[in-house]
Design a protein around this ligand. Sequence first.
Ligand SMILES: [Fe+2]
Ligand SMILES: [Fe+2]
Length: 447
Amino acid sequence: MQTPSAEAIGDAREFLHQQLAAVGEHPCDLPDSPSALEAWIETNAAQVGEQYAEYLKTRRNGGNRRYFTNRAHALYFLQCVAPSKAVDGAWLYGVLRHWDDYRFDGLVRTYLEELGDGDPAQNHVVIYRKLLAEQGCEASIELHDQFYLQGALQLALGYNVRHFLPEVIGFNLGYEQLPLHLLITAYELSELGIDPYYFTLHVTIDNASSGHARRAAHSVSQLMPVDSNPSDFYQRIALGYRLNNLGVNTTAVIASFDLEHEVIQMLERKRGFGQQMHSDYCKFEGRTVNQWLQLSGKIPEFLAALENKGWIKRHQDPQLSCFWQLIDGPGASMFGVFSPYEKQLLRDWISGDWRPEQAQFQPRARPVNTANVRSRFTPSEASPQRESLVSLPAKTVDIDMDRLRTELQTMSQQHQILYLIERMSPGRHSTPAGLLATRLFSEFIGQ
Ligand SMILES: [Fe+2]
Ligand SMILES: [Fe+2]
């Protein structure tokens, strides 16, 4: 959230050098010449379209979901990719300072669109945060450092555009292509009753004909040096492009889910909070609940004891398990003890192979139709009144917003721009003041 120190930015530069050295030998499917990029993008998009049609055909013929075995699996995925989604667009932050150089127009516009031009209903980071909050997934799981690698790379690039412009262009080129997994993820989330808007939004906004993918290719030709060696520049673009392959990719995240392991980890995390909270009149294999919870590493045995005593009936409707009845519903004794994600883990683990005869909660998924994707936010949330740098509206309840308005009035226009850019950083643009700064900036540069 804070503006990083010069030292931190220097460290980020060093980190980028290490990562770029590591991807030097990785395969790269970019065409040899930048002039072939637009055709390459079209071919990729067409291939993805065909693969998606194939996927839909399989599903229509009764095939299983390809990614998510159950709802808990999908929620696990949403949390594992959250560190990257929380900095969506960050790699382009540094281009804002070049807003008055026409060659940067495409990149600047892409960054502003990631920020929804300051409209909270269209700001990608806000949308993702809302999604996690709606699903009760905030801060539920501890993630391995690997899950932060992509986000860290994106931040490092965003703060070092001055040193890594070709790499930023190349990274952007890779990131903004439409991948098959985005389409499948959106389809299966919707099937599981989880709002897919964040994902469908990217199907439209990154499209190959006029969206971020096309602009990414255009910015390569715009920013290619004229006097210096263009092939060196393109080599560096290709290196930046390869950075997209680092970290844990979508399919690996999905494959890393192990329901039983997650249930055990979750109960182990909660153990400390519950070990003095239970009454002692019930014993399971000689131990009270408090005694079980005092032992580290014994959750699997405790669960087995609950099963042996008939408190958990796996592979049946969870409503038949006494343990589930204690957790679920307003009158349940342990109401509120487990977060929605934690409950979903337990529910799916207890259900196991059991399937309800009629799916209780499965709105039919529809194929992602790029023409039909619209904002699902209500009009009152969408498009706040545009404000200009000159006429600033009355006070709000947000202290940072009030401060922004007051301070801007005392500055020259040149300083105002720099001041706004500082508030549009990856860590700050999704706050009310950051959104206001983005709206003012967008308005000012007239894009
Ligand atoms: Fe985005
Ligand atoms: Fe994008």
